[in-house]
Design a binder for this molecule. Structure first.
Ligand code: FMN
Length: 338
């Protein structure tokens, strides 16, 4: 990211909660788990969102769902995201999470994957405005904490009903809307339509956050200028760069964004993240879950492909830790000749 001109935004007000930064880390299943969120939080993120949790699994207290929504003491700024399609079940899941300390409940009306939409949850709810609204009503009534909603522009381009649903959500008592500027049918194809988000912004008076394809300061400027949104949510651009949310926050405060950490600092960040993943998941799962992060951290470094091959085959954490250290040593070795 290189700064150009400075957009400036105030903090976000979500119901009675004031979030210091208008930059939110996007929920990403399999990526923004507790270890990753802890890391991003250390870099001063305002609001984080849990991975999507299936409401029915939550009320049945399946091991995976309980693990996903269990919060550590320092997770005061993590909202819990619920998916599902049964108003009473979602309300109960929301209440359970509130009782467990969730400061905000986020509802997922955006997930495009078939496994979720076939169950008529995620973005499929955008096709059924009546059910979508019943869920919003039920969840808002069930909890005292603010409820937020994340959705796409609509199911497809013939059905761009995000502004209408946003208004229904505001009327139901929802406190913030995040819009990923794509339709369900686009999945992740094409380019996010930041200008469309302005229609949502104009339909409601609660905060609206723009999401989709934001990965530079220029993108932040363009997304905000086109959408008029009150904040930005950043997902995939944070792969391998947990410090990005801090830089974007500084940028939107009108400060000079701090530089990316030095290679030495990055090595320490990667090691800390790696060890935390092993702690969180246990060795076997931790090793597997950490692979994609290691690949992202290594992207662009000398010897990245070789590193990925080797580290993906390793089954002993100590061996992988040595290999991570070697990767970063290789970057500085001989650099004066370049
Ligand atoms: C691997 C992956 C997992 C995701 N999981 C979720 C999720 O659990 N809940 C959700 O609301 N969105 C999820 N998303 C969507 C993101 O939150 C975000 O809306 C989308 O990636 C667009 O933002 P970006 O271009 O900044 O990544 C996921 C996206 C990716 C790539």
């Amino acid at each position: 990211m290189t700064p150009h001109h400075r957009a400036k935004l105030p903090p976000l007000q979500i119901g009675n909660i004031r979030v210091d930064s208008p930059v939110i880390l996007a929920p990403m299943s399999g990526v923004t788990d507790a270890p990753y969120r802890r890391l991003v939080k250390k870099f001063g993120a305002g609001l984080l969102v849990s991975e999507m949790i299936a409401s029915r699994a939550m009320i049945l207290q399946t091991r995976e769902s309980v693990k996903k929504c269990r919060r550590s003491a320092d997770e005061d700024c993590t909202s819990v995201q619920l998916a599902g399609n049964e108003p009473d079940v979602m309300a109960e899941a929301a209440k359970l999470n509130e009782d467990m300390g969730a400061p905000i409940i986020d509802l997922n009306y955006g997930c495009p994957v078939k496994k979720v939409t076939n169950g008529y949850a995620g973005s499929a709810l955008m096709k059924d405005e009546c059910l979508a609204t019943r869920i919003l009503d039920a969840v808002v009534k069930a909890v005292g904490v603010p409820v937020t909603l994340k959705m796409r522009m609509g199911w497809n381009h013939a059905m761009l009903n995000a502004p209408k649903l946003a208004k229904a959500a505001e009327d139901a008592g929802v406190r913030m809307i995040v819009i990923h500027g794509r339709t369900r049918c686009q999945m992740y194809e094409g380019k996010a339509d930041w200008a469309f988000i302005r229609q949502v912004k104009e339909a409601v008076s609660i905060p609206v956050v723009a999401n989709g394809d934001i990965d530079s300061f220029d993108d932040i400027d363009d997304a905000l200028r086109l959408s008029g949104a009150d904040g930005v949510m950043i997902g995939r651009a944070c792969y391998g760069k947990p410090w990005l949310i801090r830089q974007a926050t500084e940028y939107l405060r009108g400060e000079s964004p701090s530089p990316a950490p030095s290679l030495e600092e990055q090595r320490e960040i990667v090691l800390e993240h790696y060890r935390d993943m092993l702690d969180h998941y246990g060795t076997e799962t931790g090793l597997r879950m950490a692979r994609k992060h290691l690949g992202w951290y290594a992207a662009g470094l000398r010897g990245a492909a070789q590193f990925r091959r080797e580290v993906n085959a390793m089954t002993a954490p100590e061996q992988a830790i040595s290999r991570i250290m070697a990767l970063y040593e290789d970057q500085t070795a001989g650099s004066s000749l370049v």
